[in-house]
Design a protein around this ligand. Structure first.
Ligand code: GTP
Length: 249
């Protein structure tokens, strides 16, 4: 198919993205919007895998800072991602997108277990695969799960959905002089401590040369634009061509 930069993508959606403007939980209209954006990609013949966070329901790191044992808190966070995965599956299927949820923690009544080869087969058959329960291990974030799964399934790119339209030199909400990067190298993300994904996730992408595009999920049609090769957001890739451009909004 023409106008298609990627064949197989891994979309990373944070749990917070599922709550829209609410302070907690799942906002159906937001999930509906995300489902439509994914549908747009699937209808263009793109194979879509999704890793979803759980921070709209439970944040393991925060709970551990407030005295909870980290491993238990992280397992609770993983369960939260399963709830989000089932919600997204529901909305995708409403739009006729065949979807499979695979969980890194076995819970057969709710979802398939994570089986790499089966996930790839689903994608080849045009099914969207949602990976739930992170990596199945405490101390690893869902960003790291996204990097790991993307590499395992041979995705061409990680599309990391955020609330801002790319990576900035500092917080654009607080610093009017913040500059947006068009491209940035993995090593600069790590060295400059840019707030993209945690260092484990970025290192994994760097070691396997997997590009990451950070973009604003709220922009209608953004996934489609990225698939068509339009240069929106910030591309993280493996050279030193870190280029900033003036803040453009
Ligand atoms: P093919 O093998 O390509 O036909 O894939 P399929 O997913 O359609 O076939 P399968 O018979 O494996 O699955 C049929 C349905 O059962 C799908 O909706 C799967 O998501 C679901 N399913 C398969 N394995 C499990 C499982 O272990 N737990 C749960 N909850 N559902 C499962």
């Amino acid at each position: 198919m023409k106008n298609r930069k990627y064949k197989r993508i891994l979309l990373k959606i944070s749990g917070e993205a599922m709550m829209g403007d609410m302070r907690y939980g799942i906002d159906p209209s937001t999930v509906d919007f995300v489902a439509k954006e994914i549908k747009d990609a699937v209808s263009r013949g793109i194979e879509v895998a999704v890793v979803i966070g759980g921070g709209n329901i439970f944040r393991g790191v925060e709970a551990s800072l407030k005295g909870m044992e980290r491993a238990s808190a992280d397992y609770m966070g993983m369960l939260a991602t399963v709830i989000n995965a089932l919600a997204l599956q529901n909305f995708l299927e409403k739009y006729g997108i065949p979807t499979r949820v695979q969980s890194a923690i076995e819970m057969k009544e709710l979802a398939e277990p994570y089986i790499r080869r089966k996930a790839i087969r689903h994608l080849e058959k045009g099914r969207t695969v949602i990976f739930a329960a992170g990596t199945g291990n405490p101390y690893f974030t869902t960003d790291t799960a996204a990097a790991l799964r993307a590499i395992e399934i041979g995705a061409d790119v990680i599309l990391k959905a955020t609330k801002v339209d790319g990576i900035y030199s500092s917080d654009p909400m607080k610093d009017p002089g913040a500059k947006k990067y068009k491209t940035v190298s993995y090593i600069d993300v790590l060295k400059m401590g840019l707030n993209v994904m945690d260092s484990t996730a970025v290192s994994l992408c760097m070691d396997n040369n997997l590009p990451i595009v950070v973009f604003n999920l709220r922009g209608k049609g953004n996934i489609k634009k990225l698939i068509e090769g339009k240069k929106i957001g910030t591309l993280v890739r493996g050279n030193n061509a870190t280029r900033a451009k003036k803040k453009d909004h």
